[in-house]
Design a protein around this ligand. Structure first.
Ligand SMILES: NC(=O)c1ccc[n+]([C@@H]2O[C@H](COP(=O)([O-])OP(=O)(O)OC[C@H]3O[C@@H](n4cnc5c(N)ncnc54)[C@H](O)[C@@H]3O)[C@@H](O)[C@H]2O)c1
Ligand SMILES: [Zn+2]
Ligand SMILES: [Zn+2]
Length: 344
C-alpha cells in the first residue's frame, strides 16, 4: 500500500478528498492509522483562509486518535497496534523553551495539521516521542477531545486557578464550555460565563456554570453581584475580541488575574492602566495550546470521566463528507464539536 485517502485543503473553503502518497516517516517517527479527528476553531480559520494560507495545499486535522501502524527504525517504545493520542506541538526538543515545556516559543516549532500535514487522512506521521499510549477504556469520540481539553488544562495551570476562586469567562463556545468544566474541577466558585448565544449559555449551565449571561448589558452587574461587589478573582477571555479583553480588566477584582486566551488578529492591543496594575498588584498571562504535561493531564481527566462530553460527540461525518461538515458548522451551534470518522 502506497497511497491513502486524505482531505486536502487546496484553496480556502475547498477540500479535495483524494488519494495521496502515504506520508514518509523518519527513523524517530511513527505512522499513525487515524481513527477519528475533531474539527477545531483553528481548522475553521484555516478552511476560511484566515490562517496558515501560505501552507496550502494542506491536510489539516490536529485533534485525533489512532493506532501505531508503522515505526521508524529507531523507535522501540511503541508497538504496532498501540492506541495513541498525540501532542501536536513539535519543537526541537532541546532548546531553552522546549525544556521548559514552552514549545510554541521554540524557533523550530511546527504543529501537526497546521504547519504540516495532519489527520483528516487515513494516516499521519508524527515524532514517536509525542505519541502517548492510551491505556484506558475510553471511546474514540471522547479521546479526540484530548487536545482541546489540554488547552484548558494549560490555561488553568498558567492562571494558577485554584479552589474557592471566583471565575468569569467570556465565551461559552466549545472551549469556553471546557473552561467551565475545568474550573469546576479545580474547585472554582462561583463560575460565571457570558455568551451572546442563549443556547451556548444553556449548555454552559449544564456543564457546571453557576450563572450564564447572554445579555451583554447584564454582564457587569452579574459579575459584581456574585463576587461581593469586587469582581472576579480570575477572568478568562475565550472569544478573541479586543473589546472583551478591555472589559475583562473591569470585571476583575483589585489584585486579580486576567487570562489571555482568545485569539485576535495579529497586532491588536488593549490599553492597560499602569499605575492601577502596580498599586492593585494585578496580573495577566497568556496561555497557548496544550503541550507536554497538559496533554497527559487532559488524557487522565478524560479517561476518568471528569468531563461531560455529550454535546461534543453527537455530530460525526465520514471523510468523504468533510466539505459538508465544515460548510454546515454555523447552522449547528448545538454541536460543540463536529468529528470526522476516518477508520470504519
Ligand atoms: N489560547 C489557546 O490555547 C486557545 C486554544 C483554543 C482556542 N483558542 C481561542 O479561544 C477562543 C474560543 O474558542 P472556541 O473554539 O470556543 O471559539 P468559538 O468561536 O467557537 O466560540 C466563541 C463563542 O463566543 C461567543 N461570543 C462571540 N462574541 C461574543 C461577545 N461579544 N460576548 C460574549 N460571547 C461572545 C460566541 O457566541 C461563541 O459561542 C477563540 O478565540 C479561539 O481561537 C485559544
Ligand atoms: Zn484544536
Ligand atoms: Zn526547541
Amino acid at each position: 500500500m502506497s497511497t491513502m485517502r486524505a482531505a486536502v485543503l487546496t484553496t480556502p473553503k475547498c477540500f479535495d478528498v483524494r488519494e495521496v502518497p502515504l506520508p514518509p516517516i523518519g527513523p524517530e517517527d511513527v505512522l499513525v492509522r487515524v481513527q477519528r479527528t475533531g474539527i477545531c476553531g483553528t481548522d475553521i480559520h484555516i478552511f476560511n483562509g484566515h490562517y496558515a494560507v501560505d501552507r496550502l495545499p494542506l491536510i489539516p486535522g490536529h485533534e485525533f486518535c489512532g493506532t501505531i501502524a508503522e515505526r521508524g527504525a529507531n523507535v522501540r517504545h511503541l508497538a504496532v497496534g498501540t492506541r495513541v493520542v498525540v501532542d501536536i506541538n513539535i519543537g526541537c526538543g532541546t532548546c531553552f523553551w522546549c525544556r521548559r515545556n514552552e514549545v510554541l516559543n521554540c524557533a523550530e516549532v511546527t504543529q501537526v495539521g497546521i504547519g504540516r500535514d495532519g489527520a483528516f487522512a487515513d494516516y499521519v506521521a508524527v515524532p514517536a516521542r509525542l505519541a502517548i499510549p492510551v491505556e484506558a477504556d475510553i471511546a474514540d469520540e471522547v479521546l479526540v477531545l484530548t487536545e482541546p481539553v489540554a488547552c484548558v488544562v494549560r490555561a488553568a495551570r498558567k492562571a494558577r486557578a485554584t479552589f474557592g476562586q471566583s471565575v468569569f469567562i467570556f465565551g461559552a463556545g466549545p472551549i469556553g464550555n471546557l473552561h467551565v468544566q475545568m474550573m469546576r474541577l479545580v474547585g472554582a466558585a462561583p463560575i460565571i460565563v457570558a455568551d451572546l448565544s442563549a443556547e451556548r449559555c444553556r449548555m454552559a449551565l449544564e456543564a457546571g456554570a453557576d450563572a450564564a449571561v447572554s445579555d451583554p448589558a447584564l454582564v457587569k452587574q452579574t459579575v459584581l453581584g456574585m463576587t461581593g461587589g469586587r469582581g472576579a478573582d480570575l477572568v478568562i477571555e475565550s472569544v478573541g475580541n479586543r473589546k472583551l479583553y478591555e472589559q475583562a480588566f473591569d470585571l476583575t477584582r483589585r489584585g486579580g488575574h486576567v487570562a489571555f486566551f482568545g485569539i485576535t488578529s495579529p497586532g491588536e492591543t488593549v490599553p492597560i492602566d499602569i499605575l492601577r496594575t502596580v498599586l492593585e498588584e494585578g496580573s495577566l498571562k497568556g496561555s497557548v495550546a496544550g503541550m507536554g504535561e497538559d496533554v497527559h493531564d487532559a488524557l487522565t481527566l478524560l479517561s476518568h470521566g471528569r468531563f461531560r462530553t455529550d454535546d461534543f460527540t453527537k455530530a460525526s461525518y465520514p471523510l468523504e463528507r468533510i466539505q459538508e461538515a465544515f460548510a454546515t458548522l454555523s447552522e449547528r451551534p448545538q454541536h460543540l464539536k463536529t468529528q470526522i470518522a476516518i477508520a470504519t
